[in-house]
Every structure is written in C-alpha cells, then in structure tokens.
Design a protein around this ligand. Structure first.
Ligand SMILES: Nc1ncnc2c1ncn2[C@@H]1O[C@H](COP(=O)(O)OP(=O)(O)OP(=O)(O)O)[C@@H](O)[C@H]1O
Length: 252
C-alpha cells in the first residue's frame, strides 16, 4: 500500500521554483530516502509535507486522506510527524520533559491520544517509551543541555516518535554527528524500520545506501528517479546529475 502520494507539488520563493511539479510515492513500511545536490529542495519538501511550510499547488495524500491545506498539528494527529532540529530542544528541561512538552505543543489542544483523565501520567509514559525506542531511556532525567550532540539527535527522534506517527519525516538526522554517534543513530533507524514508514533526507551516502529500501533523487525541485539502492546506483541519469563517479562506483 502507498502511504504517501504526492502529486504536482510546487513551491516558489519569488522566481525560484524550489519544488516544481514534484511527484513522489512512498510505500508503507519502507525507509524511503530522498537524496539530491545542495539546494535541490529536499528540506523544503519535508517542510511542505509536514505542513510547516505552505505549498503553492499540488496534492499530498497520506493514508488516503488529503493533507494539503491542513495545519501541522492536524497532520501530526493523522499520523505524520517530522523530527525537528536541535534548536527546538529546551536545554534547561530534562530529556523526558522535552519529549512531553513537545508532544503537547505540537499536538496542541487537539492532543487526544490519551483519555483526559490519564493526563500527565500517560504523557510521561509515552515520552519514556519514545526515549526507550531511541535508546536513551537511561538519560530521561538528565537536562538536555548535558546531553552529547548524538544524544540530542536521539532526543529529536524521540520527540517525533512520541506522537506515534505512521510516517516519520527525518531531515538530516546524522548532521554533525561523529562516527560513533552516527553508528548509534543508524542502528536506531534500522530498528525503527518496518514498524513505521520513514522518509529520510540525508547527505551521508553510506548511511543512505545501507538503510534505504527505496531512494528518490531530487534535482532542481523534481524527482528524476526512484528505485532500489542498486537501481539508483546504476541509473545513468542519476550518475550524471548527482552521484558522481566516485560514489556511483563504490559498493556500500
Ligand atoms: N525561506 C526561504 N526563502 C527563500 N529561499 C529559500 C527559503 N528556503 C529555501 N530557499 C531556497 O530554496 C532552495 C532549496 O533549499 P532547500 O533547503 O530546500 O534545499 P536542500 O536540498 O535541502 O539543500 P541542502 O542539501 O543544502 O540542505 C535553495 O536555493 C534555498 O536557498
């Protein structure tokens, strides 16, 4: 089943067409990576899908329902969530509080995953469960300011997971991480695979080709190819437009 069907998506900043009649189909349960050169429109696409940024035209169907025009909190409630940058983490709050606060803030007044009577306890339970899924439950009561960079990246993931998404949009989760931290995050993403659908933007090609079930290549606001890692690696158009000889020739 296709959990996400994007058709004719457009967004321009002045004369600059950032997403330009973009089509994308994501199958449920897959990790679908989107790669492309700097400035291709990847972050803008994630922002448009999550509802953080508006769109000029197009259709975004999630689990059969049209999301275009819906605000972000409605999309979160429908099961579509995105990870946020470290800047949205509150340094004086513990990891657990960060997850709980973010869930409430993002789901807004329509936060209704739990019966009202369950309130805070249920919220904390969900937050703790999310921390466990990303492997930092033992850091739950540590202030975010004291977490390592990699742990903050894990916390971002936990914040997104706590809304119990069916589809999680990840914008460069490995950015700025060291080798060991990146390995840990790759392990977390691998463990998440199958239990939900992941759409991943990532510059680390080794990680992309190791993790992805399918890859789409975005160039100048359009998807020029979609396929398995092997198909993308072998696609002459992709090699010419983006991957370059040294990456295209390597085996993961
Ligand atoms: N708010 C904005 N106002 C004006 N131009 C913008 C805005 N956001 C993005 N752009 C421009 O849109 C283009 C696409 O940016 P975007 O960040 O989506 O690309 P990207 O593929 O994620 O790039 P990178 O790989 O470098 O992160 C760029 O030329 C960028 O300068």
């Amino acid at each position: 089943m296709n959990i996400l069907e994007v058709r004719g998506l457009r967004k321009a900043y002045g004369a600059l067409k950032v997403t330009d009649d973009l089509d994308l189909t994501v199958r449920e349960g897959t990790l679908h990576a989107i790669i492309g050169p700097n400035g291709a429109g990847k972050s803008t696409l994630i922002a448009q899908l999550s509802g953080q940024a508006g769109s000029d035209a197009g259709s975004v169907r999630f689990a059969g329902a049209e999301m275009m025009g819906q605000p972000m909190h409605r999309r979160v409630r429908a099961g579509m969530s995105r990870s946020f940058q470290i800047t949205s983490i509150l340094p004086g709050f513990t990891a657990l509080e960060n997850v709980a606060v973010a869930v409430q803030a993002r789901a807004g007044h329509s936060f209704s995953f739990f019966a009202p009577v369950a309130g805070e306890a249920a919220l904390n339970e969900a937050a703790m469960e999310a921390l466990a899924r990303v492997g930092i439950q033992d850091r739950a009561h540590v202030r975010a300011a004291s977490l390592s960079h990699g742990e903050k990246r894990q916390l971002e993931l936990a914040i997104a997971l706590a809304t119990r998404p069916r589809l999680l949009l990840l914008d460069e989760p490995l950015a700025g991480t060291s080798g060991q931290e990146a390995e840990r995050l790759i392990g977390v993403m691998r463990a998440l695979k199958g239990s939900l659908t992941l759409v991943l933007i990532e510059h680390d090609m080794d990680a992309v080709f190791a993790l992805a079930d399918r890859i789409s290549v975005l160039v100048y606001g359009r998807i020029i190819a979609t396929g398995s890692p092997a198909e993308i690696r072998g696609d002459p158009q992709v090699r010419a437009a983006y991957l370059g000889e040294e990456t295209a020739g390597e085996e993961p």
